[in-house]
Structure formats: structure tokens, C-alpha cells
Design a protein around this ligand. Structure first.
Ligand code: HMG
Ligand code: MG
Length: 287
């Protein structure tokens, strides 16, 4: 088994999208530029969603325009529909992500359509991205529990994940959107998934509501996953998932990986400095 872990940095997108006070574009750009020096290969830079739904991400194009791109890093973005995809392409996103839900309740609240309708919206994105040679990642939210529908049957998570891969996503990120998972439920969910999808095609995306994210990552590593989404400073929360806390902290995962002798390519000291930077901005913004 590989002793390498890929850490996908979510801070600028999943981390900031729920902040009530608008963070100035220049500070988002500085955050991304600092993250670019930490050793990541992928940074989720922003999202091209409706600015009415998520005002914090309204400056996605300006953020992409302002960052200093470092060779070897993919600067990625969320795209809920073809309009978002065209905006992302125009801004020069290196990779895009579509986001589905394993539960109907969250699909409706987050993207205003059913799971089935969401696949109809995603199809043209995958088709166009293929022609443009832009890789597409898939997210599945509420893989274990939904804030509206309660516990998610494991088959629903497996079905939506399998379908995203069949449509052409190169990888599916499994979102524990409200941080409800514990190792037992994580393992039960992965057990069902690994019957239909290989571990190399899956990533773990754990929110840390009850401090179980690291334990869930440990369980996922044992079951063969090697890619995890994290956010600097443990920032985050989803505007359409009441009670969702931050993503698991990048620094915590990087330190855990080091102790377990997994290579992440991340510079711990630079991560600490970048964490101090963004936490001071967050503190100032909420004053
Ligand atoms: P809708 O209102 O049903 O869409 O929203 P619509 O097509 O009827 O459009 C309404 C208006 O939005 C129109 O403008 C469109 O032009 C505009 P108007 O005519 O009223 O002036 N619009 C757009 N503008 C810019 N970019 C676009 C776009 N699309 C439409 N792409 C929609 C449907 C999907 C757009 C909306 O529900 C939306 O933007 N939702 C996004 C919510 C979101 O960003 N949630 C957080 C990200 S997901 C997440 O955090 C989970 C994850 O981290 C994994 C996990 O933890 O589980 C990924
Ligand atoms: Mg998330």
C-alpha cells in the first residue's frame, strides 16, 4: 500500500463560503498565494454558484484572475450547472467539481432540485469538460447523514457515487457534510461503496463537528483511501447544512500523516503561518 496521502485544500472555498462577513477579494487571493507555497497539488479556489445563494463566492472570477499560479498546482472550482462551468472555464479553472447529494432533502435545499434533476444538469458539464480536457471531480454530500432526511442508507451513497464515476468524474469525494460520521458509520458506508467502486477513485471529505474527523480518516485509510479534503484552520461549514461545522483542519491531518509516516508533501511550518494568517482575518471579520 502506498505511504503517500493526497491532501486537497478546501479552505478558500468550503472554508470561506459560510462566513457571514464578506472577506475582501485581496485577502482571499493572499490566502491562496500562501497556500500555493505549502506543497499542495490541488487547491479549491472558489465556486461559480449563484451569487444570490452564496454571496461570499460572488468574486470567484476576480479571485482566479488575481492569484499567482504556481506550476504543478491545480486551481479548482465548484460548478453546479453549465452556466457555472462556462464562468469557471473563462476564469481559467484547471479542474471543476460537480456536487450531488445522497439525500433528497439536502439536494433540494443546496441546489434547488432533486437528485435526478441534478444529474440532468451535470451531463452537459461533463460533456463540455471532456471536449475541453478539463478534469471533473464529483462530490456526494450527506454520505452518512442528512440534516433534513436523517441517516442516509448506504446504498444511496453507493448509487450516486457510482453514477458520478460512470458519467466521467475522475474521482468522487465523499462528504460527511454535517460531521455526523463516526468510525462505525464511516466503515459501513465504505464497505458498501468498495463493493462497487475502487478505493483509488474515492476521497474522504469530513467535517469535524464532533471531533471525529481524524478517527474517520484513520478508518478510511485502513480501508484503502489515500485522498482527503481538508481546510486550513479547520474553516468551514455549508450554508445549506444547519449545524455543519468546519472541515477537518489541514494542519491536524498533515501532522497525523507525519506521525503515521505518510508523505503528504506539505510544509508544516508554512501551514502554521498560513493558518495564523487566515484565523486572524476571520477574527477581524467577525468583530
Ligand atoms: P436556482 O435559483 O434554482 O437557479 O438555483 P436558476 O437556474 O433558476 O437561476 C436563478 C438565478 O441564478 C438566475 O439569475 C441565474 O442566472 C443565476 P437571475 O435571472 O435571477 O438574475 N445563476 C447563476 N449565476 C451565476 N453562476 C451560476 C448560476 N446559476 C444560476 N452558476 C443553483 C440553482 C444551483 C444555481 C443554486 O441553488 C446554487 O447556486 N446553489 C449553490 C449552493 C452552494 O454553493 N452550496 C455550497 C456548496 S456544496 C457544499 O458545500 C458541500 C461540499 O463541500 C461537500 C460536503 O461537505 O458535503 C461540496
Ligand atoms: Mg464540505
Amino acid at each position: 500500500m502506498s505511504k503517500r496521502l493526497t491532501i486537497f485544500e478546501m479552505g478558500p472555498r468550503d472554508g470561506l463560503q459560510n462566513e457571514k462577513t464578506l472577506i475582501p477579494t485581496a485577502q482571499k487571493i493572499e490566502l491562496i498565494n500562501r497556500l500555493s507555497e505549502c506543497g499542495f497539488k490541488k487547491i479549491e479556489t472558489s465556486s461559480f454558484v449563484s451569487p444570490k445563494w452564496v454571496p461570499q463566492m460572488a468574486d470567484a472570477s476576480q479571485v482566479f484572475e488575481g492569484i499567482t499560479r504556481k506550476a504543478g498546482i491545480r486551481y479548482t472550482a465548484l460548478t453546479p450547472n453549465i452556466k457555472g462551468y462556462e464562468r469557471a472555464k473563462q476564469a481559467g479553472a484547471d479542474e471543476v467539481a460537480i456536487f450531488a447529494s445522497a439525500s433528497e432533502g439536502f439536494s433540494q435545499k443546496n441546489i434547488n432540485c432533486s437528485i435526478e434533476e441534478s444529474f440532468e444538469r451535470f451531463a452537459p458539464i461533463l460533456e463540455t469538460a471532456k471536449a475541453d480536457s478539463i478534469p471533473v471531480r464529483g462530490y456526494v454530500s450527506c454520505v452518512v447523514e442528512c440534516p433534513y432526511d436523517g441517516p442516509t442508507p448506504v446504498q444511496n451513497t453507493a448509487k450516486v457515487s457510482e453514477r458520478l464515476l460512470q458519467m466521467g468524474c475522475y474521482e468522487v469525494s465523499l462528504g460527511d457534510t454535517i460531521g455526523a460520521a463516526i468510525p462505525e458509520t464511516t466503515e459501513a458506508m465504505l464497505d458498501a461503496l468498495l463493493k462497487v467502486v475502487p478505493a483509488e477513485k474515492l476521497a474522504g471529505h469530513f467535517h469535524d463537528t464532533h471531533d471525529f474527523a481524524l478517527a474517520n480518516i484513520m478508518s478510511s485509510i485502513k480501508m484503502g483511501l489515500r485522498t482527503f479534503d481538508t481546510a486550513i484552520g479547520g474553516l468551514g461549514g455549508c450554508p445549506y447544512a444547519p449545524g455543519a461545522k468546519g472541515n477537518v483542519s489541514t494542519l491536524s491531518v498533515a501532522k497525523m500523516a507525519k506521525l503515521l509516516d505518510y508523505d503528504t508533501n506539505l510544509d508544516i511550518e508554512k501551514l502554521e503561518q498560513t493558518q495564523d494568517f487566515i484565523l486572524s482575518i476571520k477574527e477581524a471579520a467577525s468583530l
